[in-house]
Ligand binder design. Structure first.
Ligand code: CAA
Length: 392
């Protein structure tokens, strides 16, 4: 039985910051952000686009009425959760209208949790081949103004429909996972912003890559030339280049050139969206599938998932014949191209004015004029209850 991705969609908020403009205001050489970090734009979420709203928007773009009847599990992967108890999955379940007999839960392990969700979905579908699983990966990367992490922020959500009839990517059951308790990046409950030991986090990422790939290689007697392309967790696009370089001594010249060429396609979306934490690997996969020329059917793609703290996994996706017909390339390109550029002042204002709930548990905030009527948004808080909907 094949199990894997039958559909994959993406949503990012309609506002972004231009990295050259940010560099100028921060008195940094723009090439540090453009080349050194490898980012051109970053999506910025206003208060109306929280992790739940973004995930609902990614989901509504891929689901048919038939899917909504067949989904029996919703896995909501995030490190930007909006409630300590209730899962984001329950709101999305209601907003997009999925049938009620569903298992709904939220998963957390920094940027790794969507991959945990993928593997849980694989096991579930193996037991229940008729079921479909909705996997959501939704996050807002926020380090704060004037921090080292500032140019590596971003916001967005990926929605993936998994089934036993995958038209896009079969996921192989063999993988290698690695866990190590470290403090490279974390966000305590009392902090809205992430803490990060930047240089150490880069090292931890590469060590985890080597450990996961090394384990996979030993157990499966694999070689990097087995793969058509590699796709990585992309916190900023230079990081994936560092990952490729770290493996270079195991590659022939031909394989190095092939991986580097595919990498350009695999970062096109990430370069203009920024870090979306647990969705970043899947945004890069989507970028590869949509922006590269059609990959040969049955081509194997090696994927590396990394979540600080830290957990890593190396696993394989196998491209399905005709997969391009099931992607929403034009809609995704339009979404990215039609965003509204924020001035640095507007961006700073957004980042320094999170939603404030009063003592009675109420909050309301103005919806910005760039919100589409098609989008689900976070609208208000009433007696501590979050209100979602679309603008009339
Ligand atoms: N032209 C071209 N390149 C330039 C340049 C210029 N004018 N000026 C600087 N550069 C280069 C530097 O040489 C450097 O290149 P290398 O990395 O290849 O050495 C690069 O730009 C970055 O410069 P610095 O090292 O001086 O940058 P920094 O100290 O400001 O920090 C960072 C960079 C550590 C990534 C920081 O942005 C950060 O902390 N980001 C958040 C953490 C992060 O994303 N970590 C990734 C691994 S952890 C993970 O993956 C989980 C997750 O999602 C968070």
């Amino acid at each position: 039985m094949k199990i894997g991705m039958d559909k994959i969609g993406f949503f990012t908020p309609p506002t972004y910051v231009d990295m050259v403009e940010l560099a100028k205001v921060r008195d940094v050489d723009p090439n540090k952000y453009l080349i050194g970090i490898g980012q051109e734009k970053m999506s910025i979420a206003s208060n109306n686009y929280d992790a739940v709203a973004m995930a609902a928007n990614a989901a509504q773009a891929i689901l048919t009425e038939e899917d909504k009847e067949q989904i029996d599990m919703i896995l909501f992967a995030t490190e930007s959760g909006v409630d300590q108890s209730k899962s984001g999955a329950t709101w999305v379940h209601d907003l997009v209208g999925i049938q009620p007999f569903v298992r709904s839960v939220e998963l957390k392990q920094a940027c790794y949790s969507a991959t945990a969700g993928l593997q849980l979905a694989m096991g579930h579908i193996a037991l229940h081949p008729e079921s479909k699983v909705l996997l959501l990966a939704s996050d807002i990367a926020k380090y704060g103004l004037n921090t080292g992490g500032e140019p590596t922020q971003g916001a967005g959500a990926v929605a993936i429909l998994l089934s036993a009839e995958p038209r896009i990517l079969e996921i192989e059951k063999e993988s290698a996972t690695y866990t190590e308790d470290i403090d490279d990046f974390w966000r305590p409950n009392y902090s809205e912003l992430a803490f990060v030991d930047g240089k150490y986090s880069n090292e931890a990422y590469l060590n985890t890559l080597k450990a996961s790939w090394g384990r996979y290689k030993d157990q499966q007697h694999a070689n990097l030339s087995d793969f058509e392309a590699l796709v990585f967790h992309v916190p900023y696009t230079k990081m994936g280049r560092k990952a490729l370089q770290a493996l270079e001594d195991e590659m022939t010249e031909e394989v190095t050139e092939r991986f580097n060429t595919y990498y350009e396609s695999a970062i096109r979306y990430n370069k203009t969206v920024g870090n979306i934490y647990t969705g970043s690997l899947y945004l890069s996969l989507l970028s590869l599938l949509e922006q590269a020329d059609e990959l040969p059917s049955d081509a194997r793609i090696g994927l590396f998932s990394y979540g600080s703290g830290a957990v890593g996994e190396f696993f394989i996706g196998k491209v399905q014949a005709g997969y391009k017909d099931y992607l929403q390339t034009t809609a995704h390109e339009a979404q990215l191209n039609n965003r509204h550029k924020l001035s640095i002042e507007e961006y700073e204002d957004l980042l320094t004015h999170p939603v404030e709930v009063d003592e009675a548990g109420n909050a309301s905030f103005t919806a910005s004029e760039v919100i589409s009527k098609e989008d689900f948004i976070f609208m208000a808080v009433r007696e501590h209850r979050r209100q979602y909907g679309k603008m009339n």
